[in-house]
Design a protein around this ligand. Sequence first.
Ligand code: NAG
Length: 324
Amino acid sequence: IFLFQFSLTIMLYFQMVIMAGTVMLAYYFEYTDTFTVNVQGFFCFDSSYTKPYPGPDESSDIPPVLLFSLVAGVPVLVIIVGETVVFCLQVATRDFENQEKTLLTGDCCYINPLVRRTVRFLGIYTFGLFATDIFVNAGQVVTGNLAPHFLTVCKPNYTALGCHQFTQFITDVHACTGNPDLVTKARRTFPSKDAALSIYAAMYLAMYITNTIKAKGTRLAKPVLCLGLMCLAFLTGINRVAEYRNHWSDVIAGFFIGISIAVFLVVCVVNNFKGRQAEQEKSPIDNLAQMPMISIPRVESPLEKVSPLLEVTLRSTLRVYNMP
Ligand SMILES: *[C@@H]1O[C@H](CO)[C@@H](O)[C@H](O)[C@H]1NC(C)=O
């Protein structure tokens, strides 16, 4: 048990280091010039980049403050409320006592399942949020795709650049005469951060709600709620196009990144938000096999379907030889 506690502590530290690294990387992308954006050229008078400048992000219909507070606040609220309700229902039905007490091999390190589940779901959500931010920033810095209003803030001196025909391509790094901060910002559009973050939050919440709330009479309420969330995220992305801040391709790429990360985390990392009940259903042999630090990848054994008896025999034979 001491060894188990020790390895648990190591794992906890390891996870915290990964989390801190992710936050640091996101910070460096967001607030420093560590990663310089790729400078793309443009065609003279290119009409894809000559939309009017819509003003700073703060004057948008969905300003960053609103977006970030929703993306950070709503899931925290929903998950805390959801987990509290689930926990209260379990206590009410006396369902949890024999299941959750054995959680961490005995009473020595008993953690309230409510706290444990909430921390896990919120921790993974936060990790995914920063991961999405890093994906988006990396994409923006590497591609350096230009915003629809790029030429408006760039204000190139077409006379000095010798622009006589539309097909002339300008690669001059110092072609822009406008405000350098605005120009740099207009070079960071692919993929759209607003689209990625909002769809990530909506997708994660939708999957949480679908997998956690099992109450009767919510058969229609759940999809309505989830599709409502997805719709809000969709509108956030569309609004970026409407305000000439992003192209269609930026928003679609942002949606793709957000959805991919949410699906990956929910399906592969939190296992669809299932509680202890699902894990308890496995046989004791399986539970034993999962105790070591390095877990053995579980492949659905064809023998399981053919003959349970044969499999038990086979497994106990293998155990004699200390094989998984
Ligand atoms: C553009 O460049 C030309 C030639 O170098 C110069 O005469 C003109 O003043 C410039 N225009 C602006 C607005 O800077």
